[in-house]
Design a protein around this ligand. Sequence first.
Ligand SMILES: [Zn+2]
Length: 145
Amino acid sequence: MLIKCPECGKDVSDKAPACIHCGFPLNNLHKKNICLVDGTEYDMTEFVDSYMKLTDAEKRELYEKTLSRYNGNTEVTSHNTTQVIRKINEQFNWWYHSKENDKGYLAEKFTLDYIDHNFQYFEFNTADIQIHPKQFVVQNADQRR
Ligand SMILES: [Zn+2]
């Protein structure tokens, strides 16, 4: 099967170890449902499977509302989409607890990034993620518990 090289965008075989056009290593693309989070590889199969069971409308809702929440808005998500995000909360122990111990935004950002990467292998470094200045939890953590 031909895939698009993520580096140069040209067609390459998905069996090639590296792109024949630009040399970009393609080995990691074969790692199905694996992500590198803070230097450790995690199996994301449970999350991907639960996401794939959503309807198209639920997938849209999940992305749009997660993006809105990450940008500091209050959004109530349906039961099914909430259960998908909870897989990330649980897997990485990223929850909204309090102003001092707030990791919920990481679950939102990871989910958005993983969907943007079309569930291909990618690197996620929590130290690089900026909490949005208008982050909902900063003002509203107490009401949300
Ligand atoms: Zn290439």
